[in-house]
Ligand binder design. Structure first.
Ligand code: HEM
Length: 147
């Protein structure tokens, strides 16, 4: 019969020096979860339950939001918190289920690379968004973009 160690028993080896990243990851999941509830439900409420609801969502609606610093910061905060939360959650799942250490390390790297790339891309889009980019005289935005 195999003896299973007491789950609350302290590690036999002393813990390595430096910050306890696993603990901060655990804390981050809870703290970001609380903030995400506010940000995600605020986002859904404003987009779907105010004005004409879903019918108001078109290119002009997005242009309007990305022209407002408040919504730029709201969306970027949601992007960063959710991406890091999702990536850290996926890292936990990979660590739990992938037994081959090489495959596990590669997957965890791939998760952070993808998250980092998309966070940078999304942040650039939110802060540099220009609805007049590439607009030609046959576009309905032509008049607006002449100012
Ligand atoms: C609505 C707000 C959210 C709350 C309150 C929330 C809360 C949490 C908490 C507390 C955990 C840790 C669970 C554990 O350690 O056992 C967790 C895990 C996770 N979350 Fe979220 N979360 C939210 C939104 C999201 C979003 C938007 C994503 C995707 C981008 C996401 C993806 C994940 C993943 C992949 C895990 C790991 C699941 C696991 O360990 O089995 N969550 N979430």
């Amino acid at each position: 019969m195999t003896a299973i160690a007491d789950p609350r028993a302290p590690h036999s080896a002393p813990r390595r020096k430096g910050p306890n990243l696993e603990k901060w990851g655990w804390v981050y999941m809870r703290a970001s979860g609380v903030l995400l509830v506010v940000l995600i439900f605020g986002h859904l409420f404003v987009n779907l339950l105010t004005g004409t609801g879903i019918h108001q969502i078109d290119f002009a609606f997005v242009v309007g939001k990305f022209a407002t610093p408040f919504w730029q910061w709201w969306d970027v905060l949601m992007l960063w918190l959710a991406f890091i939360h999702g990536a850290n959650g996926m890292r936990t799942i990979v660590n739990d289920y992938v037994t081959h250490s090489g495959v596990r390390k590669t997957l965890v790297w791939a998760i952070w690379l993808a998250a980092g790339f998309l966070i940078i891309l999304g942040t650039l889009v939110v802060f540099t968004f220009d609805p007049c980019l590439g607009v030609t005289s046959d576009s309905s935005l032509w008049e607006m973009c002449q100012g």
